[in-house]
Write a protein that binds this ligand. Structure first.
Ligand SMILES: O=C(O)CCC(=O)C(=O)O
Length: 243
């Protein structure tokens, strides 16, 4: 079997491990971003669009997204979930600053994301924010977001299941990390076609899109290493990315 192609430089992989994220230019062509933005998904499929919609699957299995994940995970990635995050101008809300491992507990913890910009994104239109280095500080305590001008707010009960088949219910809500110092938050500028690989432990999220006319469009795919157990029953049937 031939060695997998390198998508990320050693410096980019090192940045991911040191800071919890890395911004990578030119993951998608203009044709690829436009093909996604202009397609019409048939039906609603929650977090499992990659199973139903060819465009979702195309991005989730894209050699540069899944290939970068393969390098970081040092093994074959499984797709856990996919999300199209289309935040309209004039107040489209963001996701409060959180760690993905709150939403997707997994063991051993290998959760990571590839977040692909499908429009030019930055501080003025609700671009992605990160807290560099926060992935090294463990899972922080969190509350349900109170800033409803900037953030969507919700509560859900989830069925959980361990490796031995034991089941329980866990209440999840729109987590926001407790006592976050705003000075720690870095607001990234990520042009259309570029992407961000980030750890499931790094604190990240975004604020409302306050621009007058600049939509903030992104596609996020969450991966785990193929040997990882996910505790949430609704995402346990992951999709293995073939070589
Ligand atoms: O795009 C955003 O605003 C946040 C995305 C996010 O939280 C994620 O992909 O895990």
């Amino acid at each position: 079997m031939s060695a997998p192609v390198s998508i990320l430089t050693p410096e980019q992989v090192a940045h991911f491990h040191a800071q919890g994220y890395v911004v990578v230019p030119d993951l998608l062509t203009a044709e690829e971003t436009q093909a996604f933005v202009h397609h019409t998904p048939e039906g609603a499929f929650g977090l499992q669009g990659h199973r139903h919609d060819p465009q979702y699957r195309y991005l989730a299995t894209h050699p540069k997204a899944a290939g970068g994940a393969r390098q970081i995970l040092q093994g074959r990635p499984r797709i856990v979930q996919t999300m199209y995050l289309d935040k309209p101008p004039r107040g489209g809300k963001g996701i409060a600053l959180h760690q993905d491992s709150h939403y997707l507990p997994n063991e051993p913890n290998t959760l990571m994301a590839c977040w692909l910009a499908l429009s030019d994104t930055g501080p003025d239109n609700g671009g992605l924010c990160v807290v560099p280095g926060s992935h090294l500080q463990g899972l922080r305590s969190a509350h349900r977001t109170r800033n409803e001008a900037d953030h969507v707010s919700w509560v859900n009960d989830h069925l959980m299941r361990d490796r031995d088949g034991r089941e329980w219910t866990q209440t999840m809500y729109s987590f926001e990390i407790d006592d976050l110092d705003p000075a720690e938050i870095v607001r990234l500028t990520v042009p259309c076609g570029a992407g961000v690989f980030f750890s499931g432990m790094v604190i990240h999220g975004s604020f409302a899109n306050e621009s007058a006319d600049r939509p903030r469009r992104a596609f996020a795919v969450h991966y785990v290493h193929e040997d990882t157990w996910l505790f949430r029953a609704d995402v346990q049937e992951t999709m293995l990315v073939e070589e």
